[in-house]
Design a protein around this ligand. Structure first.
Ligand code: ADP
Ligand code: MG
Length: 223
């Protein structure tokens, strides 16, 4: 279960304070699939960063399975994140100097959740499911946008995370690829009873979800 309790995240610069996220309570149960919606600048990316522990809140608490992530020491948090969170970044963040298979093997070695001798086979199996088994030796720049997005999704689910966070994973895709990506994420989350939280402003993607969580426009104030 994910609990976001009275969380606020402020960014400060010389001229102003921006309250990017201000949430009283958000609770998502295991197996729930939620669309995170709001206009550009409403704090979707910030909230996903907070939940993954990549950023800490200015005030408030984020609790995953009874563990408060802001209380964790940094080193524990990195290991916890690798094991617990699957993140599809808005900018994908595939490692350009590694081929597709190595990108996946690196992600598995960080988390150390899949036994070593099974890793190659598991990566091949997932790549096969997204019709990319012939691209394992290619580098990210040799793949189309849709193909890279599929690799990013495979990388996000490869360690069987309890929480899958996807930041506008379909934004740069055509409708067919967008629905394919969403189908993969939802199917994986269902099979492993994981939480799925997908940020989007695509109406057709929103329509696929039973639960929608909306963020308001951010507040700006003079600091
Ligand atoms: P979204 O993903 O919904 O577009 P973001 O979380 O990226 O929204 O941004 C929310 C607000 O916080 C915006 O007003 C944005 O300008 C501001 N913001 C985001 N990152 C930073 C930062 N590193 N420093 C200052 N302001 C930021
Ligand atoms: Mg964003």
């Amino acid at each position: 279960m994910l609990e976001v309790k009275q969380v606020r995240k402020e960014y400060h610069d010389v001229l102003q304070t921006v309250t990017a996220v201000d949430i009283d309570s958000l609770i998502i149960k295991d197996g729930e699939q939620v669309a995170l919606v709001g206009p550009s600048g409403s704090g979707k990316t910030t909230l996903l960063h907070l939940i993954s522990g990549l950023m800490t809140p200015t005030v408030g608490e984020i609790i995953v399975d009874d563990i408060s992530i802001s209380d964790m020491p940094e080193t524990c948090r990195d290991i916890w994140r690798a094991k617990t969170i699957g993140y599809v970044f808005q900018k994908l963040n595939l490692l350009g100097s590694l081929n597709i298979l190595d990108n996946l093997l690196v992600a598995m070695s960080f988390a150390n959740s899949i036994p070593k001798r099974e890793r190659q086979q598991w990566a091949s199996q997932l790549l096969d499911q997204v019709n990319l088994s012939h691209k394992t030796a290619k580098f990210p720049h040799q793949l189309s946008m849709g193909e890279q997005q599929r690799v990013a999704v495979v990388r996000a689910i490869i360690n069987k995370p309890q929480l899958i966070l996807a930041d506008e994973p379909t934004a740069s895709l055509d409708q067919d690829n967008a629905l394919l990506i969403l189908k993969m994420l939802r199917q994986f989350a269902r099979e492993s009873n994981s939480i799925l939280l997908v940020s989007t402003h695509d109406q057709q993607i929103m329509n696929e979800f039973e639960r929608i969580y909306s963020l308001r426009q951010v507040k700006k104030g003079v600091s």
